[in-house]
Design a protein around this ligand. Structure first.
Ligand code: KIV
Length: 257
């Protein structure tokens, strides 16, 4: 049965961990869906892991839509969320409506995700939700602000903790159905999780979030740079390299076909 927002909130109440991973194409998405992953995020990290950019800033709305369409073709059960790319929602509420609306109209995604919890963004979440577009928030380390924040853990000082906590509360009040907490202290993530009625999905935010997400390329050992909080479960890079070398040797030595 298809995962819904109601199910995600029910699982928070039942303390049943929500399992999330990122996907960028049909093949990966089909495997995640068949593997019972509850929520698939078409994260703008695909700019780095699938398109070879240095950060998430260059990816366009059209590229995100192209990848999300492919992901959705592989999904029957999982809840699919598509990231709004940098500068496709920050300029104005009408820009956010145009961009999020295009994603919802042209893909089968169930929701969009946007970064930030400052007042203008909270208003945007409220307006998108009002017109029927479910929004997932994202606070803490927000990679679209890499030029300001770097990739460092956020929320270390008392003031920074209070800011992130207030952002999460404001996003829930604005109508967000879930919030990604990235690279913040476990204590802060627990405090936010306990104070919200919507689920928190952690990445580098300790074990007390309602769910966990990883960039699938990190989990599979395909990324060139893995963040310190990620866990690498297998090394596909080595497996692929070995297979490619074996094939090349077979062709050159007339062993294949
Ligand atoms: O783009 C992405 O993959 C993300 C996750 C790191 C949460 O936003």
């Amino acid at each position: 049965m298809k995962v819904t927002i109601q199910k995600l909130c029910q699982w928070k109440q039942e303390k049943k961990p929500i399992v999330c991973l990122t996907a960028w194409d049909y093949a990966i998405a089909s495997l995640l869906d068949q593997g019972d992953i509850d929520l698939i995020l078409v994260g703008d990290s695909l700019a780095m892991v699938a398109l070879g950019h240095d950060n998430t800033l260059p990816i366009t709305l059209e590229e995100m839509i192209h990848h999300t369409q492919a992901v959705c073709r592989g999904v029957k059960r999982s809840f699919v969320v598509c990231d709004l790319p940098f500068l496709t929602y920050q300029t104005s509420i009408s820009q956010a409506i145009e961009s999020a609306g295009k994603i919802i109209k042209e893909t089968n995604a169930d929701a969009v995700k946007l970064e930030g919890g400052y007042p203008a963004m909270v208003e945007t979440v409220s307006r998108l939700t009002e017109i029927g577009i479910p929004v997932m928030g994202h606070v803490g380390l927000t990679p679209q602000s890499v030029r300001v924040l770097g990739y460092k853990q956020q929320g270390k000082s008392a003031i920074a903790q209070e800011t992130i906590f207030n952002q999460a509360m404001a996003l829930e009040k604005a109508g967000a159905f879930a919030i990604v907490l990235e690279h913040i202290t476990a204590d802060l993530a627990q405090k936010i999780t306990d104070s919200l009625s919507i689920p928190t999905i952690g990445i580098g935010a300790g074990k007390d979030c309602d769910g966990q997400v990883l960039v699938t390329a990190d989990l599979l050992g395909l990324s060139s740079k893995v963040p310190p909080f990620a866990k690498v479960y297998t090394n596909l890079k080595t497996i692929i390299s070995q297979s490619v070398t074996e094939y090349a040797n077979d062709v050159r030595s007339h062993q294949f076909p």
